[in-house]
Design a protein around this ligand. Structure first.
Ligand code: SF4
Length: 201
């Protein structure tokens, strides 16, 4: 891992007025606030996680949680900039106790579909089994067997990788996590090169 890497709080995109104070799935009762997305709202690469980690500690001080630290480190190590990335979630609120997972995910994913249709990312990277199973609409989907390939999901070129927290818990996953991010970075380079060639023609 790079030793000079320093995680930071990224720009948080505010929730559009139409969706602020959403009560649709009932998760608002858990008391966690909505997080619509982080990073560059018009980024070419969308990262999808299961749900937001805490952005503030109990005293309200800004923090960069472990998920964000590991994600940012991988992005930095493969040469992606924060301007290249937008992070969002299957659930826009962080659950803090038991809830109906399938129903809640299906309801909240309408927000994700709305975001994707507006942002039209060139590439999507889905992190962790929960995000992959939800976004791929396949309860059997599994990062372990699916990583390393591209998939067409609703017309979007999508790759998968482990959840950053899994990588923190099992450091031996780092090299796999790194190589999955590298696939995304390489594909993005290819897209940029092709755009330049088209512009010259
Ligand atoms: S988790 Fe999603 S659907 Fe549920 S209340 Fe929050 S924003 Fe609405």
């Amino acid at each position: 891992m790079m030793s000079d890497f320093c995680p930071e709080r990224w720009f948080e995109e505010s929730t559009p007025d139409d969706y602020k104070n959403c009560l649709e799935c009932g998760l608002y009762k858990h008391g966690s606030r909505m997080v619509w997305g982080e990073g560059n709202p018009t980024a070419p690469i969308m990262i999808i996680l299961d749900n937001p980690g805490a952005l503030e500690d109990r005293d309200g001080n800004s923090i960069v949680c472990g998920t964000r630290q590991t994600l940012q480190r991988a992005a930095s190590d493969v040469g992606l900039r924060k301007e290249d990335l937008y992070i969002t979630y299957i659930l826009k609120r962080r659950p803090v106790r038991a809830y109906d997972k399938n129903q809640t995910r299906q309801i909240c994913m309408n927000h994700l579909y709305e975001q994707i249709s507006v942002k039209k990312p060139k590439l999507i990277l889905c992190l962790g089994n929960v995000a992959v199973q939800s976004f791929f609409q396949n309860a059997e989907a599994d990062v372990k067997t699916m990583r390393g390939s591209w998939y067409d999901i609703q017309g979007y070129k999508t790759a998968v990788a482990y959840h950053p927290l899994a990588v923190r818990r099992r450091p031996n996953l780092w090299s796999l996590f790194f190589s999955d991010w590298k696939i995304v970075a390489d594909q993005y380079e290819l897209i940029k090169t092709n755009v330049l060639i088209e512009q010259k023609e």
